[in-house]
Design a protein around this ligand. Sequence first.
Ligand code: ACM
Length: 557
Amino acid sequence: MKRIVLTALTSLMCVYAVAQVNIIPKPVFLKAQPQQKGFSINTQTKIVIGNDSLRNAAVFFNDYLEKYLQFKLTITSVKPTENYISLGVNTGISKFADAYELGVFAQNISLTGNSNPGVFYGIQTLIQLLPTTKAATLNIPAVAVTDYPRFAYRGMHLDVSRHFFDVAFVKKYIDYLAMRKMNYFHWHLTDDHGWRIEIKKYPKLTEIGAWRNGSIIGLWPGKGNENIKYQVLPNDVKITPANAEIKTDGIRHGGYYTQEEIKDVIKYAADRYITIIPEIEMPAHSMAALAAYPEFGTEPNKPYKVAETWGMMNKYNNVFQPNDKTFSFLEDVLTEVMNLFPSKYIHIGGDEASKVWWKQSAETQKIMKEKGIKDEVALQSYFIHRIEKFVNSKGKTIIGWDEILDGGLAPNAVVMSWRGEKGGIAAAKVKQKVVMSPEEKLYLNHKQFMKEDSLAANKFLPLETVYNYEPVPAELNAEQAKYIWGAQGNLWSEYIANPAKVEYMLFPRMDALSEIQWSQKEQKNYADFLKRLKTQFKRYDLMGITYSQRYLSPVAN
Ligand code: ACM
């Protein structure tokens, strides 16, 4: 009888220990060893770093412990005989980039990466082995992990133009990416609704371009704002009398980042092995820039305004005039941007440029004639090629939305495929790098439930759809598939006006995204992911992250 009770107890303990090992994204190899004693962090535990370049990984771990579990450990280079967590680099442990090995034993924890990022990713796994509630000692189950990423590009985007998010929150957002082992943050810094980056040579970009009047209430085109009088063009959605009569609420929205703040954020991200890719939109989505400098638009005498309603490309004229004066301006802007951001990649937008504004501009037509450009599609291509040449001359590479394929792809560009996968497939077939970010699968601003508590972009993107997305299209052969650099989730902020809403839209769909980006394809299993997610919800609670409680009920829809 005693033996039966003991056996039952032991197996319960095993289940308990195993239940703690719920890592997202799922590691390549993980062996829980419930029969072995794990490690206990107490106030005397030391973090031992093999060299000083690992200090940032140790600090990240320590910061987490301090912030959420009220522990602060000593970081040292001197290894004690026991009760330590060692971080080291050994390039020989794996042939895969940024791999790590993590072993949790009774006496110590050993974390070895084949690169510094590898060690940092191991720290993220270690954090997920910690308890999700405060305790006097932090018990970590015995495990052996060997892990490395599937894709080299693991990105997440944030639109800070439609609504502005301050530096403190952007850093928090970067921490969220880090915790999911992502390595690129795509910072959407300019759009029709606000210019968010200080440019010294053109101060009006932020004096004027960073501010708009009026809240936008309701789904596109929005109510509660200016007296909307669109120019009616073919294919326009008809304006209703209700839309046309609405007045602004007069609330001023906006903000921007100084170059000093941007340097600070870049360093913060670099400490987390995250590269920030800045996006400067062109040739369209440029209303905020044109409000500041109308001389670069196709109607220089028009009183452009920072957009006060959600945009549609045929509704208002937000394109640059493709003349030499404009290119000089854009080159000046890009020069400041490239001097600030160490990223090899600069995103130049390229999406949704309506051709109607170029069609009806006499100056544009004259430029096209002079240069032998046959139509406005070819003009878009000319625009992007010209900017690419300039960016390449500074040793950098452009990324653009898949419209940069229209009229002929710029030869060195990376394509971000958002209108489905077609653009990405076409680019991979001509051996150009691709980031898959299809709207139907990875736009996390879309509704996650059929009925949302608050406004969200009016398409339905449930957790399972995100989870099951496969970034390498079946029609690519093995050679072409190598050009799928990775995948990215996008978060457009038209209906996201505060940090809590950002979190609500991100979690847990960003967890699902991380599994697309990091985990091996054959390891993915939605039911298993949901099981692991239960522990994540507890961690969100510990971290004060906002997410939908609906996921906790049996029928989340
Ligand atoms: C986009 O969603 N317009 C890239």
